[in-house]
Design a protein around this ligand. Structure first.
Ligand SMILES: *[C@@H]1O[C@H](CO)[C@@H](O)[C@H](O)[C@H]1NC(C)=O
Length: 213
């Protein structure tokens, strides 16, 4: 083997080893021990009421395009409203949900300091120190039996005005669980809460960065 070939081989394996070490640091595993794959839809859950300005622009688009938006919306709805999964266990009955939005979502108590959830995320806030309840980073599944719908949500914030059995949600998550399917009622009761697992694949635009702190 020539010196050059030896060197080239050495360089190749050294690089391969380096890449393996660097990549190993970025690996995360789900509850089944499978490596979590991450993707960024950049959309999250599109079913939420944006601020006034965007609502207006939607109206300007006219009837026909609005109809199309509605159709595709129905499709995405199925993506987010199934469950509970086989392995999920019932946590508590009689849960109340409310919603919070936009500015209030910023700088969540369990955040990493520079990540801000949006209305299109599926995240929520609960009281600090809910005994036997979920805390920072936990995944829960909320189901509204009256409309046979569930949404998986990640707890990333604290809700000062909440007591136990109360989850404050983003508009997108709330709307899918609200009995009327709108934000109008502001509050929905009688939900079941299930202990859920980490999503795999994991949409960064839905659940935020893997590492919160
Ligand atoms: C926090 O998470 C965001 C989004 O993933 C990332 O861009 C940022 O670099 C993170 N910040 C820190 C301090 O880890």
């Amino acid at each position: 083997m020539s010196r050059f070939v030896q060197f080239a081989l050495f360089a190749f394996f050294a690089l391969a080893a380096f890449v393996a070490v660097v990549r190993a640091e970025d690996k995360f595993y789900d509850e089944d021990g499978k490596e979590i794959s991450f993707f960024d839809s950049e959309i999250g859950d599109p079913d939420f009421e944006e601020d006034q300005q965007e609502k207006r622009s939607l109206n300007i688009r006219g009837k026909s395009s609005f109809g199309m938006a509605k159709r595709s919306l129905r499709k995405t709805e199925e993506l987010f409203t199934h469950g509970p999964d086989e392995k999920e266990t019932l946590w508590v009955n009689g849960v109340k949900i409310t919603w919070y939005a936009s500015q209030d979502l910023k700088n969540p108590a369990c955040g990493n300091g520079s990540w801000d959830p949006k209305n299109s995320h599926h995240i929520g806030a609960v009281m600090k120190g809910w005994e036997h309840g979920p805390s920072c980073g936990d995944f829960i599944r909320l189901c509204n039996p009256r409309i046979s719908r569930c949404v998986r949500v990640r707890i990333v914030d604290e809700c000062a005005a909440c007591k136990s059995n109360h989850v404050d949600l983003t508009k997108s998550a709330f709307k899918r669980l609200a009995t009327t399917g709108t934000l109008d009622e502001g509050l929905t009761t009688g939900l079941t809460m299930w202990l859920s697992s980490k999503p795999n694949p994991w949409d960064l635009s839905l659940f935020g960065p893997f590492k919160l702190q």
